[in-house]
Design a binder for this molecule. Structure first.
Ligand SMILES: C[S@@+](CC[C@H](N)C(=O)[O-])C[C@H]1O[C@@H](n2cnc3c(N)ncnc32)[C@H](O)[C@@H]1O
Length: 259
């Protein structure tokens, strides 16, 4: 795929007429409530700023965050690298959730999928995790530079940046090695759903926890969550109303649960 089509075809913009479902902070998914009367003609791609939300923030070459008592400065390059080189709200919400301390990351083995700028992986490392921060090959140099720039020397060895294109060369990642699998705004391309699911299946052991943060933009995003629910037990554990971002926690389905 050319850089141009990689950039233009994959932006997870939101549909103009889609209103986010009002999901309460219930501990489990209620798909029936979420099936909205969407139709295909409502699927025109419209950038966020059409809704007054603004994508100006993507044009900033540098964005600054404060997590785990560290100032994190992330370089962005929307024009050259598109979706993988800007910080999405889902990443900020997932970092906030991690910082809230629902999980103890100290010493845990984590992997981040579709890391983009690496903000989530950086915060996971600052919270004590050993983290493998992954994305597609084309995004890796930019990702590495953000990770290196934001981790103190003593924490650098805890973070490794590595290529992981979903569904490909999964043998490079030992099955079941990770306690925690992280993904922010990675549910948006229908053609990748099967590969993403296969990747989660491969990486997960019986004790692994998956945390996925996302904004539900399209009916297809719900479909992915349904697919996920066929293989994993899925609960919504956090919802950021202002950013309209959900955090889902999943773990491998225990056979006893099916009885
Ligand atoms: C919307 S961006 C989210 C980036 C980052 N997680 C964040 O929230 O700021 C989606 C990310 O998924 C990555 N991605 C898309 N398709 C992929 C695939 N098939 N395999 C691996 N990563 C992929 C993109 O390169 C991009 O970094």
């Amino acid at each position: 795929m050319s850089l141009q089509s990689w950039f233009s075809g994959l932006a997870p913009f939101r549909v103009s007429s889609y209103k986010s479902p009002q999901v309460s902070l219930t501990p489990s998914l209620h798909f029936s409530r979420l099936s909205s009367p969407w139709t295909k003609d409502k699927m025109a791609l419209v950038p966020y700023d059409a809704e007054g939300l603004g994508i100006q923030k993507f044009y900033k070459p540098l964005t600054t965050y404060k997590f785990v008592n560290h100032t994190i400065q992330i370089k962005q390059d929307w024009k050259q690298l598109g979706v993988a080189a800007v910080v999405w709200d889902a990443a900020i919400v997932l970092c906030t959730y991690l910082e809230m301390g629902a999980l103890n990351l100290q010493g845990c083995s984590a992997v981040e999928l579709g890391a983009g700028t690496g903000l989530v992986g950086i915060v996971a490392a600052l919270l004590g995790a050993h983290v493998t921060i992954t994305d597609r090959k084309i995004a890796l140099d930019f990702l590495k530079s953000n990770v290196q720039a934001n981790l103190p020397q003593d924490i650098q060895p805890k973070a490794v940046v590595k290529e992981l294109t979903w569904g490909q060369n999964l043998g490079n990642f030992s099955s079941g090695k990770f306690d925690l699998i992280l993904g922010a705004d990675i549910i948006y391309l229908e053609e990748t759903f099967a590969d993403l699911l296969q990747t989660l299946e491969h990486l997960c052991s019986d004790h692994s926890v998956i945390l996925l943060s996302c904004r539900i933009r399209y009916e297809r995003d719900q479909n992915f969550l349904k697919m996920l629910g066929n293989h994993f037990t899925v609960h919504e554990v956090h919802y950021d109303l202002e950013k309209d971002v959900h955090v889902y926690k999943a773990h491998r389905r225990n056979h006893k649960e099916d009885l």
